[in-house]
Design a protein around this ligand. Sequence first.
Ligand code: CTP
Length: 488
Amino acid sequence: MNRKKSPTKLVNLIAEKLKAARKEKKMTQEQVANAIGIHIVTYGNYELASYSPSLKILEKLAFLFNKPESWFFAKDPIIQNNQHPSINNMNFNSNLIGKKILLGVTGSISIYKSLYLASQLKQRGALVKVIMSESSQKFITSLSFEYITQEKVITSLFDISESNNHIYNGNWADIIVVAPATVHTIARIANGIADDPLVTTILGSTKPKLIFPAMESNMWENDATQSNVQTLKSRGFRIIGPAEGYLASGNIAMGRMLEPVDIISYISTILGEKGDLRGKTFVITAGPTREPIDPIRYISNNSSGKMGFALAHVARDRGAKTILVTGPTQMTAPIEIDSIQTNTAHEMYETLKEVCINADVLIMAAAVSDWTPTKMKKEKIKKFGKMDFTLKTKPTLDILSNINYDNLFKVGFAAETKNLEQHAKQKLIDKNLDVIVANNVTEKGAGFSIDTNKVTIIDNKGNTLKLGILSKYEVANQIINKITSMMS
Ligand code: CTP
C-alpha cells in the first residue's frame, strides 16, 4: 500500500469504503479491510464490526498508516504472517495502539532500559511523549528519546508552547508512567514539590499513574521512602516493584526497576481495566496435559500453550478477571492473571470444576490428552531386552462435556487434520458448546508452537467466520469479540 498518503486523504478513503460496505451490508470485515488495502489487526470487530467507526478511530488508523511503526498493518503476507526478521515477537499487546503514554524518566542508571521501553511502546502502536528530570539528562540526552518517540522531549518547565505545557500534557495522556522513579522523585511527588515539568505534570493530571522505582535497597527500605510510597498508594498511584536482583552497585538485593516487557504488561492491564469485559470472569486453559506412565515417561502432545496464553492476555487487556489454568508449559505466568498449573487431565478437570463455579466464560484451548495409562507404575519400567512394549490405557474424562454450570458460556477448540468444519460442528453439539474454534493444525500459519494461527469460528447457530492468518493475540481478540457479541 502507499504509505505516503496524507492522513486526511486516508481518513476520507477509509470513510468512503466503510460507508459503501455499510450500505451493501454484504461485505465481511475481512473484505472491508481488503478493500481499504489494509490488514486490520487491532480494530477487529471492536469498532469496525458495525462499519460505523467514529472519526477518532479513522484518525487513529490514518495516523498509523503514516507512521513507519505501523508497517506491520500493511497488506504484505510476510508481515501478516509475523515473520519479518525485525520483529522478534509479534504477539503485540494491541490494546496499546493509539494509546497516549506520557513517560517520565528520572536520574537512575536503569534509565538505559527506558529507551528500550519507549521503543517497544512505539512499536506496539502507542504514542509516547517523554518528560525528563534534570538529573536524568546526566545519564542520557533527550536526543535518544526524541529519535525513538519522534516527539519533542520535555525538559523545561518554562517552555510554554502547547505541546510542552504541563496541563495540556496531563490531559493529553491516557496514562502517566514514571520509569525509572528515583527516591528523590518519589519524595517530590508525595510531598507536592512541583519544581520540574515531570512532577508539575503529575500533580496537575487526574489520569492513572504508574510508578516503577529503581534504587539501592537501603534507600528503598528507608522509612522516609516507605512512608512516601504509602502516601502515594493511598492517593491512587500504582507503585510496582522494585524487583530483587542485580543492582549497579554489584549487590543482589531489592531495588531493580522492572523489565520493560513487564512494565508494558502493567500498562496494558491498567489501560484495559475499564474495557468491555469489565466485571466478567474468564477461565482459560492452555498447553498440553501430561499423563504419567512411570516416574520418567509420560503421554503428552506438542501444544505450546501460546493460543491459551494469548487469550488470557486479551481477556485481561479488555478488563476481565482472568484465570489461566495450564498444563505443564515453558511459558512464563502472565502478569495480573491468576495462573494455576496442573499436570494431568484429571487435575485440570478438578481445578476447573472449582474455578468455573463463579465464571462467566470457559475457553478450553488446552490440548487435553485423550488417553491415560490405566495405572502409573511406581518404578521405572525396565526394558530387560524386550523388543516391543504395549501400554494399557483408558480414556480421560472429557472435561468440556463435564463442566456445566448455568450461564457458563463454553468455548472449545477443535484441532483437526481433515474435515475441519464437519468434525468441529459435531464437537460443538457433543460437548454442549456455545462456540467452537476450529483449526487445521497441518496448515501453514496454524498450529502449535508458532505465533500465528488460522482458525474458523463456529457458533451454536451455525454461523461461521473464517479468518486468515493472524497473530495469536489477534485471533484471541476475534474469538472474544464473538463471545461478547453473543453474550450481550
Ligand atoms: N477436551 C476436553 N477434554 C478432553 C479432550 C478434549 O475438554 N479429554 C477439549 C479440548 O480442550 C478442546 C475440545 O475438547 O477444547 C476438542 O478437543 P480435540 O482434541 O480437538 O477433540 P477430542 O474431543 O479430543 O476428539 P478427537 O481427538 O477425536 O478429535
